[in-house]
Write a protein that binds this ligand. Sequence first.
Ligand SMILES: *[C@@H]1O[C@H](CO)[C@@H](O)[C@H](O)[C@H]1NC(C)=O
Length: 105
Amino acid sequence: TILVDNMLIKGTAGGPDPSIELSLKDNVDYWVILDPISQRLYLNSTGRILDRDPPMSIQSIVVQVQCVNKKVGTIINHEVRIVVRDRNDNSPRFQQQRYHVAVNE
Ligand SMILES: *[C@@H]1O[C@H](CO)[C@@H](O)[C@H](O)[C@H]1NC(C)=O
């Protein structure tokens, strides 16, 4: 799953003459994958499912994209905050097979 299609950071990483170097910091549990050349961020859900509900209860993922300017050596950290929204992904469960109610006309 693509999280960010293009971070639009000025400069090029990779290639014969890269002007910037991109890396991820604070990537807890490796939830985010960075492709520095396309400046794209992916969700790493290999072998697991990201779930906002318990027991996982992940409501947000925060990573830093570190950008090193290779010409002048400056370092800038861009914070990326991914909000995990709630979705009704649980089937309804009923306690009884049948329910009876009386409703006035
Ligand atoms: C993806 O996450 C798993 C943990 O579930 C980790 O072992 C793996 O190294 C991660 N992959 C990348 C490319 O970060």
